[in-house]
Design a protein around this ligand. Structure first.
Ligand code: ADP
Length: 358
């Protein structure tokens, strides 16, 4: 404490003492109380208060013994104020300490949680990268032997390497069917990987949509015949569309093969293509198949998602087709969706920009 503060406090104490000895009233005592508080606020040790009192007495000569006794009331008042103020300050400090302890504990906990989250995020990211790398490597590695299988089995199946009997031809066709299936699974995995990495690009140009549909319908015929399904092609003229021809082919092939897969024998599949007033080409593939429940309807577009029913599982597949199809349509500037009713049928649709001249 500076000497200036000390002498100021001392002067205040002397004034309070004088005033009390003169008036002996509450107001004077209150002044003593305030001085006591001021001593505490300046963090003056309590013994200095006693010192101030003794000095004040020295400064007031000729005090009667009774006045010296009375002066004690002032010292007591000031000391009481000092004590009360000290208690308050202590409690405040304790409270602040407590608060600080609590908030530093909360801060430590938050830091721990953040650290754990960051670690698990990194772990997830790492796992994601590993999964993608794994899918990429596996798909490429599978492709090479598969090329040998399809190449040589085609040579055997079309009898370039020598004549086959009926049983052998049937067996070779099964081998080819299997390798076709494997090839499309590998393609799907590679596409899904490229999509995840944002590396799947589309080259948009005018596509002769009528021709594309005709070739797809023709290619679907064996599957349709096998299940005695009727496919009704679009009525009326088919507008040209702005798209990546190969990717559009892939999208429509996926919807058609799903319709075939999920429609029971004897059912009907209808293809609609129309030009909307907004200059978009809307395509719908409607089937009279098993349908999808309202809870599942949006989930079918998620990667690897299959509706969990024995029927779906029996049909095989990766659950990637629709998620890839939707991403492709979006990459070509369109949208894709579905309307479906369980046990009635589904209507998968997508729309793309129409070619300018249509
Ligand atoms: P995949 O057919 O390879 O399983 P998709 O992504 O093409 O994968 O389809 C995901 C799931 O959506 C299917 O497994 C099936 O449960 C459901 N689904 C797709 N198309 C239809 C359809 N036309 N009718 C009923 N369910 C369908």
């Amino acid at each position: 404490m500076s000497t200036a503060t000390k002498s100021l406090l001392h002067a205040r104490y002397v004034a309070a003492l004088k005033s009390y000895l003169k008036k002996r009233n509450e107001v004077a005592l209150l002044a003593a109380y305030e001085v006591g508080k001021a001593f505490q606020a300046q963090q003056v040790p309590p013994e200095v208060l006693l010192e101030a009192h003794m000095l004040a007495l020295d400064e007031l000569p000729n005090l009667a013994k009774s006045q010296v006794m009375e002066a004690f009331s002032v010292l007591l008042e000031a000391m009481m104020a000092y004590g009360i103020a000290h208690g308050d300050a202590y409690r405040l400090l304790e409270h602040k300490n407590h608060q600080m302890e609590r908030s530093s504990a909360a801060l430590a906990a938050a830091r721990e949680v953040t650290a754990a989250l960051t670690a698990s995020n990194q772990e997830l990211h790492h796992l994601d990268q590993m999964r993608n790398q794994f899918i990429g490597i596996i798909s490429h590695e599978l492709r090479t032997p598969l090329n040998f299988i399809t190449g040589f089995s085609s040579l055997v199946a079309d009898e370039t390497l020598g004549p086959l009997n009926v049983t052998q031809r049937g067996a070779m066709n099964k081998v080819l069917e299997g390798s076709d299936r494997l090839e499309s699974i590998i393609e799907e995995l590679l596409d899904a990987n490229k999509l995840q990495a944002g590396k799947l690009d589309v080259r948009v140009a005018t596509v002769d949509y009528a021709a594309l549909i005709a070739s797809l319908v023709a290619a679907s015929q064996p599957g349709l015949d096998y299940k005695r399904l009727t496919l009704v092609p679009p009525a009326g003229p088919t507008p040209d569309v702005m798209a990546d021809a190969d990717r559009l082919h892939q999208v429509l092939r996926n919807l058609l093969s799903n319709a075939i897969k999920f429609t029971p024998e004897g059912g009907k599949i209808q293809l609609y293509v129309e030009l909307t007033p907004a200059g978009r080409v809307l395509t719908r593939v409607e089937d009279s198949g098993i349908g999808i429940s309202p809870e599942e309807v949006e989930r079918v577009f998620r990667a690897f998602h299959q509706v969990d029913s024995t029927n779906t599982r029996q049909q095989g597949g990766t659950g990637l087709g629709l998620s890839i199809a939707r991403s492709l349509v979006e990459a070509m500037g369109g949208t894709m969706g579905v309307m479906s009713e369980l046990n009635v049928g589904s209507s998968f649709w997508f729309e793309l920009p129409a070619a300018l001249e249509s």
